[in-house]
Design a binder for this molecule. Structure first.
Ligand SMILES: [Zn+2]
Length: 187
């Protein structure tokens, strides 16, 4: 891991209200393709503070609807079947929680659990990632208005299968490994 460059990059990213009225992350400097923006240490920093839980798909589906929605809001999948999330915004601190979705993103995972610049990112640009590249357990409840020519509108838990056909797309470690061993993926 390029720890030094990550620290430098992270200080050049700001959390601000975006055009849709929610929080988003914005670059305050140029980032060239491949620049390391976040490592797994960034989101595990929140988990170390407590209040985050791992649940199976079946467990999450048994939560009351409002609890399920809150749990999934900042959740991320650890594997096929297991998702980490929290029931309170009080446990949400790290910048990585506010990285919004786009169907034409300017960041992506790197095949490990780091997030890198996918294209050139200019000062003032909102940082985005394709949620379909790491979501495998639950369809997303929001509708996408990213405005890109390939906008899929709804983000589904199966989107990674199509995204994996393009060798330029990269995924978190668990999903990269599953794609490599595709005969072991549950269908
Ligand atoms: Zn979209």
């Amino acid at each position: 891991m390029q720890k030094g460059s990550r620290k430098e990059s992270a200080s050049m990213i700001e959390k601000k209200i975006n055009s849709l009225g929610g929080y988003g992350l914005f670059a305050s400097q140029i980032f060239l393709p491949g620049t390391l923006l976040f490592t797994e240490k960034d989101w595990y920093a929140d988990i170390a503070l407590g209040g985050w839980e791992v649940h199976s798909i079946e467990e999450v589906n048994r939560f009351p609807e409002s609890e399920k929605e809150m749990f999934l809001k900042y959740s991320f999948d650890l594997s096929f079947g297991k998702t980490m999330g929290t029931f309170s915004e009080n446990h949400v601190h790290n910048l990585t929680n506010f990285l919004n979705h786009s169907c034409g993103p300017n960041t992506q995972f790197d095949g490990q659990d780091n997030i890198i610049a996918k294209g050139t990112i200019y000062p003032g640009d909102e940082l985005t990632i394709d949620y379909g590249s790491f979501v495998v357990n639950f369809d997303q409840s929001f509708q996408c208005f990213c405005g890109t020519s390939h906008c899929r509108s709804r983000i589904k838990k199966e989107d990674w299968k199509v995204l994996s056909l393009n060798p330029e797309n990269k995924f978190p470690k668990f999903l990269s490994e599953a794609i490599l061993l595709s005969n072991q993926i549950p269908v």
